[in-house]
Design a protein around this ligand. Structure first.
Ligand code: NAD
Length: 367
């Protein structure tokens, strides 16, 4: 007989939310369900010391709810440090919608999601992430003001992806300068994994500069289009991690630098847009350091998008967005030197600065 009483012993193994490995003192986790639209979403608010938690919404067909929960926990934490290191007065949050963005995303579902965002009264502000378009944020905007990344025609700053790509390009050039002694990417062999909104725009910058760009995606159509448009070479091998390249740019999903891939890596620099590239920050950061691979911390160099959407809240213009994004070059160089000087990983060096800004504000707030 199947018992519906959960064994207390099993329950103790790992607490379902606060006991997750990715749980890092998140302030609030909201589970959203709507039967009529089929919406199943999780909103994660990691930290609001510096301001309201801002971060995009990802729609993805997760294999199970644990994957979705862990993704939102990791992503929202990353947003806290991204905004902190970029000097923005924002906290960290993120949302995931469980489902296939191609077949299950409807205007009704997006608006229902917007209602859940609204119910948080501005503690969480959303934007687009994987599986989302500017048009989806416009729909959310119909039911709540707590959304950014809306169309320029509706008063927003538009799609943040091109500016994210520009920031990644700046971070990549800084990392190249650090590793190769020059930030010129002409002739450098760069593999871009994930030719989506950000990846494509990055390929544009790289090919314009004369880099030898190799592209990889699970979507063959995207590859053909991008190859025809930018003259990039489509990767045809079966293990991109062992490809002999100068730079690896992860621009798909996170955790691609993990136990399985890390020892195969031949790239000398890692600089890409994907969030949470290191499966385990401390462990994999250290292995990269030992191998002499320069890792440009993801949450530092992919901050262009958050700078872009922050402009909607603060009202600064395109010029200021570009200026702040270009500064990623200088910050990356500073972080890389700081890591070497203190013999710590580049990820840790970036985290230390972000955490110290939050701590300072916390102390000020409690005075
Ligand atoms: P996107 O959905 O437009 O593109 C992702 C691409 O990756 C798609 O073309 C998809 O087919 C491909 N992909 C998925 N799995 C893959 C795999 N295993 N191998 C190769 N390709 C694969 O997303 P995006 O907006 O371009 O974002 C890319 C990454 O950058 C995400 O991790 C996102 O969180 C991060 N990011 C995006 C922004 C932004 O402004 N859009 C800002 C910061 C960080």
């Amino acid at each position: 007989m199947v018992s519906d009483v959960i064994n207390a012993k099993d329950l103790k193994k790992v607490d379902p939310v606060f006991g997750q490995l990715s749980f890092d003192d998140h302030e609030q986790i909201v589970f959203c369900n709507d039967k009529d639209t089929g919406l199943k979403a999780i909103i994660g608010i990691h930290n609001t010391v510096l301001g309201p938690a801002l971060g995009g919404t990802r729609m993805w067909q997760y294999n199970n709810e644990w994957e979705a929960l862990n993704d939102v926990l990791r992503l929202s934490r990353g947003m806290t440090f991204k905004s902190a290191i970029t000097g923005l007065n924002l906290g960290g949050g993120k949302a995931v919608i469980i489902g296939d963005a191609k077949t299950q995303k409807t205007p009704e579902l997006m608006k229902k999601f917007g209602e859940f965002v609204h119910s948080l009264s501005g503690r969480y502000i959303t934007a687009e992430d994987v599986g989302m378009e500017t048009a989806d944020m416009d729909l959310v905007h119909e039911v709540t003001p707590y959304v950014t990344g809306i169309s320029e025609s509706k008063g927003g700053a538009g799609n943040p992806s091109p500016i994210t790509a520009y920031g990644v390009y700046m971070g990549m050039k800084a990392a190249a300068k650090y590793k190769f002694g020059s930030d010129v990417l002409d002739g450098k062999k760069v593999i871009v994994q994930g030719i989506g909104h950000v990846g494509e725009s990055l390929v544009d910058h790289l090919t314009k500069e004369g880099a030898k760009v190799i592209i990889s995606d699970i979507n063959q159509e995207r590859l053909q289009e991008a190859s025809a448009k930018y003259g990039a070479t489509i990767y045809t091998g079966n293990d991109i991690y062992s490809e002999d390249v100068d730079i690896y740019a992860p621009c798909a999903l996170g955790a691609t630098i993990n136990d399985e891939t890390i020892n195969k890596l031949k790239a000398k620099v890692i600089a890409g847009a994907a969030n949470n590239q290191l499966a385990e920050e401390a462990k994999h950061g250290l292995i990269l350091q030992d191998k002499g691979i320069v890792y440009a911390p993801d949450f530092l160099i992919n901050a262009g998008g958050i700078i872009n959407v922050y402009a909607e809240l603060e009202g600064y213009d395109k010029q200021e967005i570009v200026r702040k994004t270009e500064n990623i070059y200088n910050t990356t160089l500073e972080i890389l030197s700081n890591a070497e000087m203190n013999d710590i990983t580049t990820n840790q060096a970036a985290l230390n600065i972000a955490k110290s800004r939050i701590e300072t504000r916390k102390n000020e707030n409690s005075k």
